[in-house]
Design a protein around this ligand. Structure first.
Ligand code: FAD
Length: 439
């Protein structure tokens, strides 16, 4: 694993600069006559909230160079948390104003209020809808695709209306250079959107893949083998993932993320994704015809193998086996004999994806496999139930902090394993988690 210390520091400084620039700009140069503290404070947090909202487009723009040091799941997590802070700031702005200047409450009547106040209301209502849908999407029974499109539209409306409101008041934008700063920031946000929705899809359109094979796997799962068409494909590191678009062009808003399950050492740019039937999209995978054109955006993710001197402990639950399979297959292709222990949790013996191939790979690698089965057959003598601290202690040589751990599976399993590692005094720098839910 590479060290990203400098890049991390640079991105954090740039991020803070983007958020704080509007605030510094407020304080610089010629100022309008000062108002009371709370009015000025509410304006300041409104500006900061808007700047943070605009930057959200950058966080989810899948810039590999930006996301690489953290991994996509961490970036999406940050996007969610920081959005809540940004929305809280934006909503606090009118609340504080109404509290200190009740005469402004008339602006809530959008029929009589001036346009600049209507834009503010539009921005705030869009943000509230956006947060409600993001937090309660599953409870509200909104499909991922519908939510995704609505989320983008609401975000655009919220930021555009926020800007229109700010320009409408123009209290702090009298000096030309302050206006220039905001115009530049707005162009930057529009540029990000243009890049994500136009430039990047155009690039993917010119680098399509064809389905070369579709084969069924154990556990209601299928593997897609994809071959680059007219280009050499991309190189990935085992453990990484890509976004797959099957129906439609790369301009389609929603792609689906899947880990690569194939060896990263494949010479001809072929990649494989192994997909479990868990919903509308994944249920169609086994029906895809050979020869169909698909689009792959990748590679992404920081869930990649590290120090060859460490023992690698791969902990997979269910379909979380896919990145582990890529790691193991790559080790086999490279003749890499570092010690690997795979702790593999499954529902039952029959649904263990890659069961036979994993068994065969033991002959080519220094690989130990421990199956942990929730509903084992009657004659099963191995581990049963869930992967627990006791399972760790039975199969891993101490000291536990000397190994490097890779965890992928259902959220509940990952939470429990991270807790176990913590109890075993394994430092956070020694384990890596790949979560299969961004939202
Ligand atoms: C980094 C990563 C790697 C993954 N690797 C694999 C893999 O190797 N094999 C595998 O079978 N599954 C993998 N998944 C999970 C897979 O992406 C979802 O199961 C799939 O997208 C569900 O789509 P659906 O329409 O069939 O199901 P739905 O019923 O529509 O969705 C089920 C859940 O999956 C999530 N989801 C749905 N669509 C998307 C999307 N476009 N983007 C992000 N999340 C979505 C949502 O949380 C949703 O609630 C991975 C997920 C992530 C985040």
């Amino acid at each position: 694993m590479r060290s990203y210390t400098t890049r991390v520091a640079v991105w954090i400084v740039l991020y803070l600069l983007f958020i704080l620039a509007p605030l510094f700009a407020l304080l610089a140069g010629s100022l309008p006559p000062a108002r009371d503290f709370w009015t000025e404070f509410s304006v300041a947090i409104g500006y900061a909230g808007l700047a943070m909202m605009g930057l959200q487009f950058g966080l989810t723009a899948r810039f590999r160079y930006v996301t690489e040091p953290w991994g996509e799941d961490v970036i999406y997590h940050f996007h969610r948390q920081i959005s809540l802070i940004a929305v809280a700031l934006v909503i606090a702005h009118p609340i504080i104003l109404f509290a200190v200047r009740p005469e402004l409450l008339v602006l809530l009547n959008s029929f009589t209020a001036p346009w600049r106040a209507r834009f503010a209301a539009m921005s705030v209502y869009s943000l509230i809808a956006l947060v409600v849908m993001a937090i309660w999407r599953v409870k509200l029974k909104i499909s991922y695709e519908t939510w995704h499109i609505t989320h983008i539209l609401l975000a655009i409306i919220a930021v555009a209306a926020g800007l229109a409101h700010m320009v409408g008041w123009a209290f702090y934008l009298v000096s030309p250079w302050k206006r220039t700063l905001w115009i530049c920031m707005t162009i930057f946000w529009i540029g990000l959107l243009f890049y994500v929705r136009i430039i990047k899809p155009l690039f993917l359109l010119r680098r399509p893949y064809r389905i070369a094979e579709v084969h069924k796997e154990r556990g209601d799962t299928a593997t897609l083998v994809m071959q680059p068409e007219g280009h050499s494909g991309f190189r990935f590191t085992p453990g990484q993932f890509g976004w797959l678009t099957v129906w439609g062009s790369p301009f389609k808003i929603t792609g689906h993320p899947f880990s690569f399950s194939s060896s990263a050492a494949a010479p001809d740019g072929r990649v494989e994704m192994t997909i479990r039937n868990l919903g509308d999209f994944t249920s169609t995978i086994h029906t895809l015809p050979v020869g169909k054109r698909v689009y792959l955006d990748g590679p992404y993710g920081a869930f990649t193998v590290g120090n060859p001197a460490d023992m690698h402990v791969l902990i997979a639950g269910g379909i979380g086996i896919t990145p582990m399979m890529s790691i193991i297959r790559t080790f086999a292709d490279n003749g890499d004999k570092r010690p690997v222990i795979l702790l593999y949790g499954s529902k039952d013996w029959e649904s263990i994806t890659f069961r036979e191939e994993l068994d065969a790979l033991k002959d080519r690698l220094n690989l130990t496999i421990v199956h942990v089965i929730r509903n084992p057959p009657a004659d099963w003598t191995g581990e049963r139930g869930h992967i627990t601290a006791e399972v760790f202690k039975r199969h891993l040589p101490p000291p536990y902090a000397d190994h490097e751990y890779f965890i992928c599976g259902a959220d509940v399993m990952m939470d429990s394993i991270e807790k176990t590692l913590d109890e075993l005094h394994v430092p956070i720098s020694k384990y890596h988690s790949e979560r299969y839910s961004f939202v």
